[in-house]
Design a protein around this ligand. Sequence first.
Ligand SMILES: Cc1ncc(C[n+]2csc(CCOP(=O)(O)OP(=O)(O)O)c2C)c(N)n1
Ligand SMILES: [Mg+2]
Length: 865
Amino acid sequence: MKPNVEEGLDDWPIEKQEWLESLEAFQSAHGTVRVGELLRALQNHALKAGVPLEEATLNTPYRNTIPIQNQPAYPGDIELEQRIENINRWNAMAMVLQAYDSGSGVGGHIATYASAATMLEVGFNHFFRNRTEDYGGDIINTQPHGAPGVYARAFLEGRLSEKNLKNYRRELAPGGGLSSYPHPRRMPDFWPCPTASMGLSTVTSIYLARFAKYLESRGLKPTNGGKVWCFIGDGESDEPEVLGTINIAAREKLDNLIMVVNCNLQRLDGPVRGNSKIIQELESVFRGAQWNVIKVIWGSAWDELFARDVNNVMQRRMNQAVDGDYQMYSVLPGEEVREHWTHDNPELAELMKTLSDEEVRTIKRGGHDHKKVYAAYQEAVATTGKPTVILIKTLKGYGMGASGEGKNTTHQKKSMNPSERLESARKFKIPLSDEQIEKAEFYKPADDSTEIEYLLKKREALGGYQPHRHVDCPSLPTPGPAPFNDALQGSERPRSTTMSLVRMITKLARDAEIGKYIVPIVPDEARTFGMDDLFRQFGIYSPKGQLYQPVDAASISPYKESKTGQILQEGICEAGAMASFLAAGTAYAHFGIPMIPIYIFYSMFGFQRVGDMIWACGDAIARGFLVGGTAGRTTLNGEGLQHEDGHSHVVANTIPNLMSYDPAFSCELAVIIQEGIRRMYTEQEDLFYYLTVYNENYPQPGLGPESEEGILRGIYLFRSAAPSLPGYETPQVHLFGSGSIMQQVLAAQEILAEQCIAADVYSITSYSLLYRDAIECEAWNLAHPMEKPKTPWLSQVLENCSGRFVAASDFMKVLPASIARWVPGDLICLGTDGYGLSESRPVLRDHFGISAEHIARTAAGIAIQ
Ligand SMILES: Cc1ncc(C[n+]2csc(CCOP(=O)(O)OP(=O)(O)O)c2C)c(N)n1
Ligand SMILES: [Mg+2]
């Protein structure tokens, strides 16, 4: 047998023994801390001598991290908890089976919860605490496909009705249904965060934990604890967002974060790591990232075997077997497992002799053992100075019997035949008749049963039900005009909308009433947007403060880090920055604090790069402002194909409660931001905003009379045709402009005037809002044929117009084209379809056909037709 790196030296037992004994003697004489120092010194010495040690230092043997002697006494009634868990297992299964039997085709999953039930139940009975007077409250994010089990528990608790369970995955059914997975948008009192897009719950949880520390550091939240628990699958850990964001958790010492990886060794198609061991792989990665790693591998029945395994024969075999083997053992009869396990190893065969074949087959993995899970959680909640990850070994489909346990197909198993149903229900001791079991009926013990009383008492002691999302947040006053005055007044001096935005953020962050709630977020781009002066004024949040003198300390805007810093500087991590936006944007729900995130980023690296996180923000009912800077495929000149964004507004349009705007002028931006704060923070409306800002400088007009409503609803008349032109009162040509391209449209208006063509110019601040409004009016009118029809805002504004229309945008043509049906005449759309390229602004605008000359030519052409 190959010597393994984790135990090692088995061919030199005497020398190994001597070293171990002297280490023990040193430990009794000097204590564990000094042993650590000694080992570190030894390691450094060995490394200096050219000995490679990486594997040995990052992995521990394939056994439980917490030795039996450190295992705390279990504070509950395990037998009773097991009974409750079995009922949940049955009801979770029944929910999916009923959905299947109904023929509705809505599906569901059984195997995930089957493997996760114990780890969730131990948490529900002993750990997951709610927000109370003196405790910040835990946030529980569970695996999406285990949702039926979480619903099953809520059913026993009386939070959900039998009708709800029957309507699992039937959200439109009368009486209300349950969403497939955790979706706060669909069940806002229940699920805290969306988790169904795998990988995102990890980054969400990490940044939520970090944001809780930020709030405490800034004195906005009392330092009264609260953990974020994040449960994910082992297959899920392959998502780059998972391992890609764990560094920050250790760097910022997030001891308020506990990740639990359900290592059932399988994903959807088959083994996660057939040829190696996922638990060992994750252990080394998390330990390398400085996390506290706790492995829960074996159940209590193994303890006695380990105690007798003085020569490490069993441990060596365990270290050597790969996950593919372990998965196979879960489906083989006991005698075959024994044969394979002890093959050619008489010492191991001897050790295992105390177990019958049936015991060999059914001996538990740690994740199905309450005591082992409890010990791990207990250590995790007590750990300070680091985040903890608990790697728990389980069996996928545990309790589903031969048809499901450990099978590669188990993830997708949605139905069970009558005998499989009976087998499971009888194993779970569900007191229903055969007929009821075949129909997969739900089972709930009476309200005064020991099970229900026990579970309610436990939850009461922990502060209420979990998972839980509870909104209790004060409203903020809408700021007056002061922060917006500069922009509202306009300026002759050329200025970009980005510059104006930065001024507004600065003033808003200084506002006496709402200033402290503003959270500027940047992913290493503050200088790009001219925001570097904010560093000095508001500081960059760092839990360590600033341990060094910045290189630019003597300059007028030095790089300033501070424990109370307001800015979140995320470095080059758009996923992390979005997770911070989500954390800040949902702080009203998780912490009862109305934080106002303003996340400014390269617009190309927003929707396209982290679009799924933005979708998750919609699901999480986040509030705040996303700002796509350096917007526009031709306005951001020179940067080329992977920088020039001409489509983020098209994607933004797909997010139903996102208010997206492409303002041409600073005054429009000011009106939109002020209204955004009013709607999201004064009225607490369920919205968030996407604004694009540009880096082109031009004179900024002041706010025109009666233009606010149009700015907010998407269109207003910005400049009429000159009265000196023939037909100026009813021009036959109408130009639409937005963003930076409005400058080209205004210039085109003048070119046309030189040709005696009267054209008026409309500023379109939001195609997507115009489109949505028109669609909504149309749907309402169809549904209410007898009532006075509603008229879309676009039709109202263009009521007296006729002739032809030309829209020019720095975004794709499809954006203006979306409103064509409600424009009272032909609409020609000019835009930036295709890839961007590196060129100067005028050449780019010529190339895409959105220059003033091109717009004028197009308009003149159609004017003559
Ligand atoms: C981003 C994303 N990709 C794919 C899926 C589809 N999917 C759902 S569950 C699953 C397998 C999950 O395996 P694992 O994480 O190991 O969880 P288990 O069910 O084994 O506990 C897959 C591929 C998804 N929900 N999200
Ligand atoms: Mg898995």
